[in-house]
Design a protein around this ligand. Structure first.
Ligand SMILES: [Zn+2]
Length: 239
């Protein structure tokens, strides 16, 4: 099965929080998206084991994306050779043009490990001759794959970014993002949910305000951006 984009995150709800509007927009545009959650996301504060996984599937349905979970240990996720190889294998099997993963230094150690793992896997996916690397022979079964772009959505556990590579106008898709996040009652208590979702919304609104739209999600890029058509940019309030 091939996908246009892989989104690699530590926990179910990370991708929705960071780029749920962009996911809905990509899906509406016919792009096939696979969310890869690395950990089982357990324990959750407000539900028994297994509830978060069901809610994750519901959130994916709302956004029009598919989802899988590697079942690694929440809170103790590590950058290991085995997980690097597993992610590189997924990239070679699904052949995404774009890979997204959590941006920057990361307060949460699972997020930091996710960034490190994904950067490594994008690099390893393009290499050949794995039959000559002891313990990594499984990668020899798939053709090398070169990811076109590696992008980093802003994580809302981090301070706001004043510099980012680009933003996506997610105004029209914003209700779907809200619904996808609201599915996670295992993570957000009903009272706290209102508070956190309000803060998330405020941040997306803040970037929208800066950029002249209602809601925006911001991204950094592993490599400088280049366009074939220099007329693609939306207007900005300050020019
Ligand atoms: Zn997370």
């Amino acid at each position: 099965m091939s996908y246009d984009a892989l989104v690699i995150a530590a926990h179910a709800d990370d991708a929705e929080t960071q780029m749920g509007g962009t996911l809905a927009k990509l899906s509406d545009g016919g792009q096939r998206i696979l969310l890869v959650d690395l950990t089982d996301g357990e324990p959750t504060e407000f539900a028994v084991p297994g509830v978060r996984a069901k809610q994750a599937l519901e959130a994916a349905r709302i956004l029009g994306v598919e989802r899988c979970n590697l079942g690694l240990r929440d809170r103790l996720l590590q950058d290991t050779p085995e997980t690097r190889l597993e992610l590189a294998r997924l990239m070679r099997v699904h052949r995404p043009r774009w890979v997204y993963t959590t941006g920057e230094a990361c307060v949460h150690p699972d997020h930091a490990a996710t960034v490190s793992l994904t950067r490594a896997a994008v690099f390893l996916a393009r290499l050949g001759q794995w039959d000559r690397v002891p313990g990594a022979e499984a990668l020899a079964d798939q053709e090398p794959w070169i990811v076109e772009r590696l992008f980093f959505p802003h994580c809302k556990m981090e301070p706001p970014w004043s510099d980012f590579a680009f933003a996506v106008d997610v105004s029209a898709a914003y209700e779907r993002k809200r619904q996808a996040l609201a599915a996670y009652t295992s993570i957000f208590a009903p009272t706290e949910q209102d508070h956190l979702l309000a803060l998330y919304r405020a941040e997306d609104q803040f970037y929208g305000r800066l950029l002249g739209v209602r809601y925006a999600e911001i991204f950094r890029s592993a490599a400088p951006l280049v366009v074939a058509d220099p007329t693609v940019f939306l207007p900005a309030p300050q020019g």
